[in-house]
Design a protein around this ligand. Sequence first.
Ligand SMILES: C[S@@+](CC[C@H](N)C(=O)[O-])C[C@H]1O[C@@H](n2cnc3c(N)ncnc32)[C@H](O)[C@@H]1O
Length: 254
Amino acid sequence: MAFVDSVEDYDAFAAEYNALFEDFDGWTRTQYQILLELLLELAAARRVLDCACGTGAQTRGLARHGHEVTTTDASAAMVRETANLLRNDGLEAATAQCRWESLPVQLTARFDVVSCCGNALAHSPGLEALQRNVDAMAAVLDSAGALLVDSRNWERMLDTRPRHEVLPQGTYAGERLVPIYTFDWVDWEIRNPLEILFLCLEPETPRHRSYRFSFYPFRRETLRAVLRSAGLEIAREYDSPDRERYAIVAHRVL
Ligand SMILES: C[S@@+](CC[C@H](N)C(=O)[O-])C[C@H]1O[C@@H](n2cnc3c(N)ncnc32)[C@H](O)[C@@H]1O
């Protein structure tokens, strides 16, 4: 059975990733709101690690509000995009290319909050990799630190197995685009292929380009068990209003 991760796929996709968002700044603000409650609760929280930065949705929100942010991603191209966007906005964060499993070795700092958001964990190729990756995130938490992870509601997705998901159209780099996700559902915890296709409506005649990814859907109960095995205690869970996504906050057990 093929277990491949999506790091090279994201290297190829980095320059267009933000075309998925009708309003990337709005997405950044929403992501910060999700983190805010946690940051307020951990009043002394200073050091935050965003370990799946992508193009910086969570990082930019954090940096804009004055947090001391370290931001990493396995994809060098995604880290570069984040660094460019931070620079353009006059914001600061320490950036590094780092895979999840390398976090405890590559980073010497320990963090009050570690964020792994934007449905990133489902790129862990299988359950063993998922456990290894969450263990590594837990290992870079300070003694009273908290890990925030989020996920799509895979139970709902695998129940209904939608073939396509059409995102709102927007304009990106001068093109009128409709982003379309095409799923090819297989099963739980094994490789499920995903194609992200941009249908380009303007300025020329309609054409398209596409990117391919792999993801490994897990049940919410499985993620809870993985967090507990990593020595974390689940503090809180959130569901998005449409119940399409959820987030879990887990603390290090003292
Ligand atoms: C769906 S994007 C989420 C990005 C961002 N957090 C957001 O909300 O837009 C998933 C990210 O996880 C990263 N990623 C995938 N596998 C990884 C791994 N093994 N270690 C670190 N990052 C990884 C990808 O490169 C990609 O940038």
